[in-house]
Design a protein around this ligand. Structure first.
Ligand code: PGA
Length: 251
């Protein structure tokens, strides 16, 4: 039985005051999360503050990015060891905004995945096709190629301590959500692909959907058999919306 997981990705939004109010509202709503594991990913600089605010709560904290390097002369980078020291539980790797705007290749994403795991963080590996790739009928090929690069580098056993997030690029921040059927189809493909290598790992692996999740569409998405929760961007910045999404998990 996979415990549902909902993770908020705040991206590069917020300030100390706004984050304090958002967290205060979320903390108040915590009782209504229906057994889902809930995490938030603030910008790096707010990690200590949010970790402290969540200290006695079930809400966990993650980062949005991590360096593939352990330490050294890498100006501007943050290592997995540093994130672990701050109390982060997860880290997003391979978000499409990192792949697109910061030219992260699947090989770099695989290195980040390994770096995160080496320091006890759970990588949330993001995968997804662009609109052009979907229209060309290349959705499956695209997400499996992204997954295979990490599988080749880390091995299937590593997926026992990771989370996948299927995020169609055309659905991120656009208000266009994949239909529950479209999302389920890809989630099933991803799970079956892992199952060929290790059925037990595939069965236990949580696969989140991300892309314009809102309180109004979360329940239909989360009721699909291979959708184990969500990676939520815009709607995670509104406590009421995010709490309602977290409370939409039924399984
Ligand atoms: P969105 O972002 O919910 O605003 O579409 C999702 C994400 O980028 O993880």
């Amino acid at each position: 039985m996979r415990q549902p997981l909902v993770v908020g990705n705040w991206k590069m939004h917020g300030n100390a005051g706004g984050i304090r109010s958002l967290m205060a509202e979320l903390i108040e709503a915590e009782g209504a999360f229906s057994g889902a594991e809930v995490g938030v990913c603030p910008p790096f600089v707010f990690l200590p503050m949010v970790t402290e605010l969540c200290a006695d709560l079930s809400i966990r904290v993650g980062a949005q990015n991590v360096s593939q390097h352990d330490n050294g002369a890498f100006t501007g980078e943050v290592s997995a060891a540093m994130l672990a020291e701050l109390g982060a539980a997860y880290v997003l790797v391979g978000h499409s905004e990192r792949r697109e705007f910061f030219a992260e290749s699947s090989e770099t994403v695989a290195e980040k995945f390994l770096a995160a795991q080496a320091h006890g963080l759970t990588p949330v590996l993001c995968l997804g096709e662009t609109l052009q790739q979907r229209e060309r009928g290349e959705t499956e090929k695209t997400v499996l190629a992204q997954l295979d690069t990490v599988l080749a580098a880390a091995g299937v056993e590593a997926f026992a301590n990771s989370v996948l997030a299927y995020e169609p690029v055309w659905a991120i921040g656009t208000g266009k959500t994949a239909s529950p059927e479209q999302a389920q189809q890809v989630h099933q493909i991803l799970r079956e692909h892992i199952a060929v290598k290790d059925p037990a790992v595939a069965d236990a692996l949580r696969i989140l959907y991300g892309g314009s999740i809102k309180a109004t569409n979360a329940r239909a998405l989360f009721s699909q058999p291979d959708i184990d929760g969500g990676l939520v961007g815009g709607a995670s910045l509104e406590a009421g919306q995010f709490a309602a999404i977290c409370a939409s998990m039924e399984n």
